[in-house]
Ligand binder design. Structure first.
Ligand code: HEM
Length: 518
């Protein structure tokens, strides 16, 4: 077998020599490297994977008669990894070659070499929309790369990632959660069971929470009798249409880049409405700020959006921020919360342990403050475990910023890699008792239950490009669960609900949770 000796700057290899499951590493991307000798490095062409046929590529394998026919999109990475090992190359699929990585040491190496400006392929339809119809918003975090991304990301980090700025939202997020719990009570049936469209209700809660940050206003999505033409009336449908269209354009066979298809038009129209909504609300905030005196500006407790606008003097920044928060923060949080509620409803022992913590740490009649939340370690463990066992995002995308050696293979700069977090999180070799919902594993002293490597469970991604809304997502889920389980028990009396992969992982059958007063 010919080995490559072409490396101008010799890449650093870890993972080739170390068995993937031998040790736990700390959560940094700077593990001691092992230098590869040229002899040990195999070329990219030797990376395992299904071999494409001339002209037909590999696409045929996913159609009837092919060896991947009937494999649900959700299971494709697992299937590839099971057949070919933890590093798999998939080429000849109409798009660029993708490299699937389900080895935590190799994943760590990807993040370690991603550089100051990590490159992530954006969702191509949204990228196309911004480039062709909203040139003024092309710096959006969801799609931008390079210095353009870095400038906007540091502006967002300053206002939306710092804990002190997020803490300001504890009270309003509490108010939204309480409204949602009241709504849950009012929509349950005679058997105290949630309606079939309960996941839509959860989306309304997530949307109401995050638009308070993104648009600086309460839309009233949890009220009864919402006017269908109001922002509240339109938003949930808008999110659904946008994400349905995005998933079809991203994963389906569609000529949308060459001719205007109905799905493309659906996406464009939804994004136009989103942009109009964001622009209108941002303009209201700009207007409000312009009426403040200098003294008022100096002494004001700014909202996140106000602070961004004051710092940047640029309303386009406000609009891009609002769109990023809504597009990245509604469906993700809603689907993740759905699985969290399901796991707790189906695990009464863990639910009791959570309630015991709430009774102990949150004095009856007192507000749920940031300092109370700080003490709720078991609650955080419940959330973390739900995100491990059923993450909404199944893989983290990176485009290699330099040549890198992963498990002995030379991966050239520019290769599109997918770190398969879902596959790793469910691998028994990497996570003890991987198929069980065990929040305890995240508590101190439970080393025997912890994943064997820190890069197995990274539901919010890693590094400078990791989720910009993590603190808000955590806050929303913590507040809702604390309030809900303090006063109620959740139960489940049905077979396991079905899960599907669209852009995110979500339940495709009704989430018929029963909610009873404690
Ligand atoms: C449970 C809910 C959520 C999950 C699981 C989640 C997960 C993720 C993941 C995996 C990424 C990619 C990270 C990477 O490439 O390393 C990401 C990016 C992002 N998320 Fe979240 N997210 C959630 C909620 C939110 C919320 C509530 C917001 C907004 C307030 C938000 C805003 C963003 C943005 C703007 C990015 C792009 C960041 C960048 O590229 O600079 N996310 N998220």
């Amino acid at each position: 077998m010919r080995r490559t000796a072409l490396l101008r700057t010799r890449p650093i290899a870890i993972g080739a020599q170390a068995p993937a499951v031998r040790f736990r590493s700390s959560m940094t991307a700077t593990a001691t490297p092992t230098l590869a000798t040229d002899e040990e490095v195999k070329p990219f062409s030797e990376v395992p994977g299904p071999k494409p046929l001339p002209v037909l590529g590999n696409l045929w394998r996913f159609f009837p008669g092919g060896d991947f026919a009937g494999v649900a999109p959700y299971d494709i990475p697992d299937t590839l990894v099971r057949r070919y090992g933890p590093i798999v190359k998939l080429e000849g699929m109409l798009t660029d070659t993708k490299l699937f990585v389900a080895d935590p040491t190799a994943a760590q190496q990807i993040f370690r070499t991603e550089g100051q400006w990590p490159i992530r392929e954006g969702i191509s339809s949204i990228d196309y929309y911004y480039k062709n119809y909203r040139k003024n918003l092309q710096f959006s975090l969801g799609t931008a790369n390079g210095e353009v991304w870095q400038k906007f990301r540091s502006a967002v980090n300053q206002v939306a990632v710092q804990p002190r700025n997020v803490k300001v939202y504890v009270e309003p997020i509490n108010a939204v959660a309480e409204e949602f719990i009241q709504r849950m009570k009012s929509i349950r049936d005679a058997n105290q069971q949630m309606p079939d469209d309960f996941t839509t209700e959860i989306k309304k809660w997530a949307a109401e929470s995050i638009t308070y940050v993104a648009l600086d206003t309460r839309l009233g999505m949890l009220e009864n009798n919402i006017h269908p033409d109001s922002d509240a009336g339109r938003l949930v449908e808008l999110v659904k249409n946008t994400f349905d269209a995005m998933a079809k354009l991203e994963f389906g066979l569609s000529p949308w880049k060459y001719i205007s298809t109905p799905t493309w038009r659906q996406l464009k129209s939804s994004m136009d409405t989103f942009t109009e909504m964001a622009t209108r609300h941002v303009n209201e905030v700009v207007d409000r700020l312009s009426k403040l005196s200098e003294e008022e500006i100096a002494s004001r407790q700014f909202s996140v959006l106000e602070r961004l606008l004051v710092n940047s003097h640029d309303s386009d920044k406000g609009v891009a921020f609002a769109l990023d928060m809504m597009l990245a923060g509604i469906d993700t949080t809603a689907h993740q919360t759905s699985s969290l509620l399901y796991f707790l409803a189906t695990h009464p022992e863990q639910q009791r342990a959570l309630q015991a913590e709430l009774d102990r740490e949150w004095e009856a009649g007192q507000p749920l403050t940031a300092s109370v939340l700080e003490k709720l370690k078991y609650l955080r463990a419940c959330i973390k475990e739900a995100m491990r066992l059923q993450a909404v995002v199944t893989g983290i995308l990176r485009t290699a910023n330099q040549d890198v050696v992963l498990n002995g293979y030379l991966i050239p700069k520019g290769t599109h890699t997918i770190v398969c977090t879902k596959t790793m999180c469910r691998d028994e070799r990497l996570v003890p008792r991987a198929s069980e919902y065990l929040p305890e594993r995240w508590l101190p002293g439970q080393e025997q239950l912890k994943p064997r490597h820190a890069f197995v469970n990274i539901p919010f991604g890693f590094g400078p490009r990791m989720c910009a809304g993590k603190r808000f997502a955590d806050l929303e889920m913590e507040v809702l669960c604390a309030r809900l389980f303090r006063s109620h028990n959740l139960e489940w009396h049905h077979p396991e609900p079905q899960v599907e992969q669209k852009l995110f992982v979500q339940y495709s059958s009704p989430l018929k949770i029963t909610m009873k007063e404690r």
